[in-house]
Design a protein around this ligand. Structure first.
Ligand code: 5GP
Ligand code: MN
Length: 310
């Protein structure tokens, strides 16, 4: 088995990619390996309680490793290191493993092994089963971490990707000492005044398209500054917007630090697949949750918001 292992966490990391990677890292260490983790972007504050996150690098040379495990990435672009990954895939005696629950994508073409389950609620659910197969001992911190990945990707067990298997695994993680309270305290029940002001702004600006039935809202960099909020405070806004009962889909557009617009898409409708819309704009995701990023900024005239492409 490979000795030099690199775990790749996707850009704009969420609870699932972070939990799955950090738990794998810890388990591999217990097996005597010395894995490294890399993520292009900074780790959002709510996830800093996860084990090993302080050991995540933001830039690494891939040539130093003989096995890459790509975790929860959906597609090559989302690794944040597309060129390095493609180069690595062409190098002899190097191996790529794709561990994911996203629909089939370009990663399948370069991976030597695809540990992919579209039915899994989260990559953390897949990693749990992998840990079982490897007879890995999950202590209470690792159990809490995997539970975090499952919790965040199921929207706190509210989405339809929550299967009986998901709940059985969640139960087993609780039995291993996993703590729901640690997760809610860090992630869903810790809204600061600036964060709630920002949420208020996003709610006030909600618009429902009369024909398409899509509800949407926008948040600019200026809004973040005015509220004293950070990018992390936006997590969850789109899910709240998505609670409008008969909406076809919900979209939150927000300006990013690197002068782009990030769109987060959600739907509760069985007849809508938001990943198809995200695909058109170079993004992707799942049927009910997807996203994409475009070059541009947000502009308002007479209370009408526009996306201006760069
Ligand atoms: P979020 O709106 O929370 O950022 O993303 C929702 C889901 O959409 C993610 O869990 C991920 O599966 C998917 N997603 C978001 N952005 C992208 C993207 O740029 N590319 C791909 N392939 N998937 C994305
Ligand atoms: Mn995921």
């Amino acid at each position: 088995m490979a000795e030099k292992i690199l775990l790749i966490i996707h850009e704009t990391p969420d609870g699932d990619t972070l939990a799955a990677a950090t738990v794998l890292s810890k388990v591999l260490k217990k097996m005597g390996k010395s894995p490294a983790m890399v993520c292009k972007d900074l780790i959002p504050k709510p996830f800093l309680f996860l084990p090993e996150v302080s050991e995540i690098h933001h830039d690494l040379l891939f040539g130093d490793y003989d096995l890459l495990a790509v975790i929860d990435c959906g597609d090559i672009k989302r690794t944040g290191f597309a060129d390095r990954l493609k180069k690595f895939s062409k190098t002899k005696s190097k191996t790529i493993i794709n561990i994911d629950h996203h629909p089939k994508n370009d990663l399948h073409k370069i991976a030597h092994l695809n540990l992919v389950d579209y039915e899994a609620s989260s990559t953390s659910e897949i990693v749990y089963e992998l840990c079982q197969k490897m007879n890995a001992d999950l202590d209470k911190n690792l159990a809490t971490a995997l539970l975090t990945g499952i919790y965040t990707d199921t929207g706190g067990f509210k989405h339809s990707n929550t299967s009986d298997k998901t709940l059985r695994i969640a139960g087993e993680l609780l039995r291993s000492g996993g703590k729901i309270k640690t997760i809610t305290e860090n992630i869903s029940l810790n809204k600061t005044v600036p964060a709630l002001k920002l949420w208020g702004l996003a709610l006030k600006r909600m618009h429902r398209h009369p024909k398409l039935g899509i509800v949407s809202s926008v948040i600019t960099r200026e809004d973040l500054t005015n509220c004293g909020a950070t990018d992390d405070d936006l997590a969850g806004v789109v899910n709240l917007i998505n609670t409008v009962p008969d909406a076809k889909a919900a979209i939150l557009f927000h300006e990013t630090q690197d002068k782009k617009i990030r769109a987060s898409l959600r739907t509760e409708s069985d007849s809508v697949d938001v990943s198809r819309l995200a695909n058109i704009f170079g993004g992707g995701g799942h049927k009910r949750a997807a996203g994409f990023t475009i070059d541009g900024y947000l502009k308002t005239t007479d209370n009408v918001w526009q996306i201006v492409l760069n």
